[in-house]
Design a protein around this ligand. Structure first.
Ligand code: MG
Length: 135
């Protein structure tokens, strides 16, 4: 099974890093979709089958927390695996997101962390690729 992934972050550089890291982590990837804010993220979810969303918190237009609240309010998305990837330091906010079923990864992140959290949340095994592999 290949995972269709949605990466939501206002930084295109961060999105590219997350995608590269997912590849290095050796996860079975299908389609990869990107969005620059929460509203775009909701639009991508509406138009595509997504198995996993990685979501930043601080973004213009609609932040990640509002996006996650809107996702969880929809029955078809209430069990969507969500990983928050953020510099967020507020434990209160992190716990609020965890209560909505989101896992949390601090930026900066390592390929190992992304691989472990994603394989844990999706139940899929990952086979890490040699770190010096070019993409
Ligand atoms: Mg941001």
């Amino acid at each position: 099974m290949a995972l269709n992934i949605l990466v939501v972050d206002d930084s295109s550089i961060t999105r590219a890093m997350i995608i590269k890291t997912l590849k290095i982590a050796g996860l079975p990837l299908g389609e990869i979709h990107q969005a620059a804010n929460g509203q775009e993220g909701l639009d991508k979810l509406q138009d595509n089958w997504i198995d996993l969303a990685l979501v930043d918190i601080n973004m213009p237009v609609m932040d990640g927390e509002e996006m996650i609240c809107k996702v969880r309010a929809r029955t078809e998305w209430e069990n969507l695996p969500i990983v928050v990837v953020s510099t967020e330091g507020s434990q209160t906010r992190i716990e609020r997101l965890q209560r909505k079923g989101a896992q949390f990864i601090h930026k900066p992140f390592s390929p190992e962390t992304i691989g472990e959290v994603v394989s844990d949340i999706t139940g899929l095994d990952n086979e890490p690729i040699e770190a010096d592999t070019d993409f």
